[in-house]
Design a protein around this ligand. Structure first.
Ligand SMILES: C[S@@+](CC[C@H](N)C(=O)[O-])C[C@H]1O[C@@H](n2cnc3c(N)ncnc32)[C@H](O)[C@@H]1O
Length: 289
């Protein structure tokens, strides 16, 4: 399973993302927004951020634009959003290239836009939006991309930015293995490979880089930890993480593959031991003028 963009993986992690979210920052973001806000979500995948944020932003009318370069993921968004509406007993329908969800006190319009964020950020038209969101995106971007993007935000009047679930490099297994550090070091180095967004990806350096860049531009930045707490009930996610760690680490250092596979086999056994837990550190961030 590709830990970045596989739709099954995105679905598996969605409840972990939701539980990890620093809700106070989401509420604060909602309080800054005007009535009937226009929100743009970057690297939207199948629209998970809409599903997790809509009810935390004061409900009412909301207009979302989902920005995603992977058309296959974007094509899955209406289905995922429809199932979310069904689970909540809300009405939903497609209307003029957008998706509408309505219930007594909320009307959410979601438009999907296929767009590659490696393009000029001016093409996003950020000045049309009241708020910008992105979940699990900023560890993929390069320092140069971040610099350009933050300049664009400033040039568009400093819209509030809610950037969540940014990997910060902390990983803790409740039961230690002697090769944890060996594998994770290679995994985190692999995270730094370029992801098509302007050069080497920031990976676990993203939280610090984002805070520094936004603060220097004139934003006031608040952060909170938003860690995945993977327990015995999330064994599928635990195993997927192990597979992702092992695959990336072996790609990073092919000669160490046997050692890494041996680690993965031991870790799979440990994962099914009673009470086994895995914590993956993330940061949520709210930036406002
Ligand atoms: C880790 S996933 C997170 C998806 C979604 N935000 C979520 O939380 O479920 C990162 C997303 O960024 C998208 N992405 C990566 N590079 C991109 C680019 N250059 N332009 C637009 N989207 C991109 C990927 O396709 C993927 O959907």
């Amino acid at each position: 399973m590709n830990l970045d963009f596989d739709p099954d993986w995105l679905r598996l992690r969605e409840p972990l993302d939701d539980a990890a979210r620093a809700v106070g920052l989401a509420w604060a973001f909602g309080r800054i927004l005007p009535t009937h806000p226009m929100i743009i979500d970057l690297g939207a995948g199948t629209g998970s951020n809409v599903r997790q944020l809509a009810m935390k932003l004061g409900r009412g009318e909301q207009d979302w634009t989902l920005i995603e370069k992977d058309r296959k993921l974007l094509a899955k968004a209406p289905g995922e959003i429809g199932r979310w509406a069904d689970r909540n007993g809300w009405e939903h329908k497609e209307q003029r290239r957008a998706y509408m969800i309505t219930c007594d006190d909320m009307a959410v319009r979601v438009e999907m836009r296929s767009f590659d964020l490696s393009q000029d950020p001016a093409e996003l038209g950020l000045n049309q939006y009241d708020g910008v969101t992105a979940k699990a995106l900023f560890d993929l971007v390069s320092a140069a991309w971040l610099d350009r993007f933050v300049k664009e935000l400033a040039g568009c009047g400093f819209p509030p930015l809610l950037a969540t679930l940014i990997v910060d490099g902390r990983v803790e297994f409740s039961i230690a293995d002697e090769d944890d550090a060996f594998v994770l070091e290679r995994f985190h180095a692999h995270m730094g490979r370029a992801k098509g967004l302007g050069g080497p990806a920031l990976g676990p350096a993203a939280p610090k880089a984002l805070v520094a860049s936004l603060t220097a531009a004139g934003y006031r930045v608040e952060t909170a930890q938003a860690d995945w707490k993977i327990g015995p009930k999330q064994i599928a996610a635990h195993l997927a993480m192990l597979e992702g760690y092992a695959r990336a680490a072996a790609e990073q250092e092919p000669a160490a593959s046997p050692r890494i596979q041996a680690w993965a086999a031991r870790r799979r056994d440990l994962a099914s031991e009673q009470g086994a837990r895995l914590m993956v550190g993330h940061l949520d961030l709210l930036a406002r003028r």
